[in-house]
Design a protein around this ligand. Sequence first.
Ligand code: C2O
Ligand code: CU
Ligand code: CU
Length: 511
Amino acid sequence: MSEKKRTVRKGIGEVMDRRQAIKVGIGLGALGLMGVGLTRPAFLAGTTVRQTGPKRRMPVPRLIEAGSEPVELTMQSGRHSFLIGSDSPTAGFNGPYLGPTLRVRDGVNVPLVYRNQLTEAVAIHGHGLHVPGAVDGGPQREVPPGGEWAVELPIRQEACTSWFHPHTHGKTGPQTHQGLAALMIIEDENSQSLPLPSTYGIDDLPVVVQDRIFDRRGEMVYSIDDPEDGFMGDTVVVNGIVDATREVPAGLVRLRLLNASNARYYRFRFADGRVFHKIATDGGFLDEPVPVHEVVMVPGERNEIVVDFSDGRDATLVSGPASGDSAGRRGGRWEPGGLRDSFQILELTVDASLPAHTTPLPTQLNSIDRPIVQSHWRRRRFEMFMGGDGRRRDSSGGLDNGMMMGINGRAMDMAFINERVSLREWEVWDIRSRDGSHPFHVHGCSFLLLSREGRPIPEEDRGWKDTVQVDDQAEFIVRFEHEATAEYPYMYHCHILEHEDRGMMGQFTVT
Ligand code: C2O
Ligand code: CU
Ligand code: CU
C-alpha cells in the first residue's frame, strides 16, 4: 500500500482523479485484451452508471409471523433472475435469493431452525439483535453442509428493522453476495400503537438494496477490482431485481431501507427533490419524525422513511449526487464508497385503488433515554487500518491475498479475544479510521452517537444505531445487556464485507 494511495483515500480530489483515470484505463484495457467480460466498464467511479430498460414490479419477500412455532430457514442454492431474460446461480433462505421477512414481537422467544443445504459451511448472524453471544451467530457458529442449527432467539428490544446474513470466517463477502440475506422486523407495544403505515407489502415496504455486476450473459459475478474498495457493482438490484417499480397507495408509505451491499454507500433521495421523513434508524424509532431530503446509508445500515403520496405524484428513489447546492458544496471532492455514482433505485407509482394511510404522522415516536456521559465510564479506542505494514496476520487462515487489514494493529484472530466488556455498564467507544472510510458495526447492542467527524450529531441520527460511517472518527456510548463468553464472543468490525473478511474485525466478551 503506497503512502500516496492513503493520501488519496483521505480525499484529495486531484490525486483521486488521476487514480480513477488509471483504474478506468486498466479496466478497459483488460476488457479489450480478453475480449470477454462485462457489458460495460464496472468501475467508472463518479459517473452516472446505467440503469436499463423496462421496469419490473419489485417483489416483496414473503412475511412470516414468527412466534411459538419454529421457523425453518433453509439455506439453498438455486437460480434467480435479476434481469429480464437471464438468470444466475444464487443462494437464499427458503428460495433461490434473499429470504422471507420474519416479524417478531418484543418479549417473545423465537425458535428458528437453520438448515444448510449448501456445499460449504455457513455461520448466520442476526445483525441488530440484542441476543446473547451464544445465539448471535458469529463465526464460531458454523453450520456445516447438510447440518442444521436450532436456536431460540430471546427478543428483548424495541421495535426496529434488523436482518440476517452470513458471518462465516473469511467468507462473509461472497456468501452474502450470493443472496443470503433476510429481514427481521421487531414490533413492540409502542410500534403497534403508533398510527404509522404498517400494512406489509402495501404501505410498509422492505427495500433491500444491493449492487451487483452482471457479465454479458447476464450472470452475476463476484469480482473485486481493489480489496480496499471492496466489491463495487455497477448495477443496483432491489429485493433482487434490476429496474424495480412498485405501486403505492395515495397516502403515507413507509420504506424499510436496508443497505445489504457488500461495500457500496448510497445517498438516497427522490429525483423530484421532495422532502420525506426519517422515522427510524438501525435500532429503533427516532424521538420525532425528521424531515430530510436525503439519507446516506453505509453497508449494514437500516433506515425507515415515510414518503407522502397523497398528492398522487409518482416518485423515483435515486442515489448519487444531489442537484443544486449540495452538489455545489461537495464540488469535485472525493467521496467514499462510490457516493458519487448515480443510480435509479426504485420507481414508485401511485395506485389510487389501494387502501391509503391518510392519518398524519405522529409528532412523537419514541422517548430515547440518553444518559449524560460520566467521567468514570470506561473509554475504548478502535482504529481501523489497511495496508501491508508487516503487522501480525490472522493465524487461522481465511485471507486470500497479501493485503493486511485490521483494528488496533491486529487482524481478526478467532483464537484471540480483543476486548473484555462488563455487562450493563455504559462505555464510550472512540472509533478511528487510519485510512479510508469504514462502516463500523458492533454485535449484540444498539449505541447512541456522541459525535461524528468532530461534529455534533444531527437530529436524524440521534436514534439507536449499530452501524456508523467513520471517515476519520466517530464516538458513541454503548451498554451491553446480554452475555457473550469467550466460546461465543461478540464481534465488532468494518461492514465492508471484503474488509471484514480480510481481518478488519475483533472479538469481545461481555460478562
Ligand atoms: Cu452485519 Cu457482524 O454483521
Ligand atoms: Cu451484526
Ligand atoms: Cu473497512
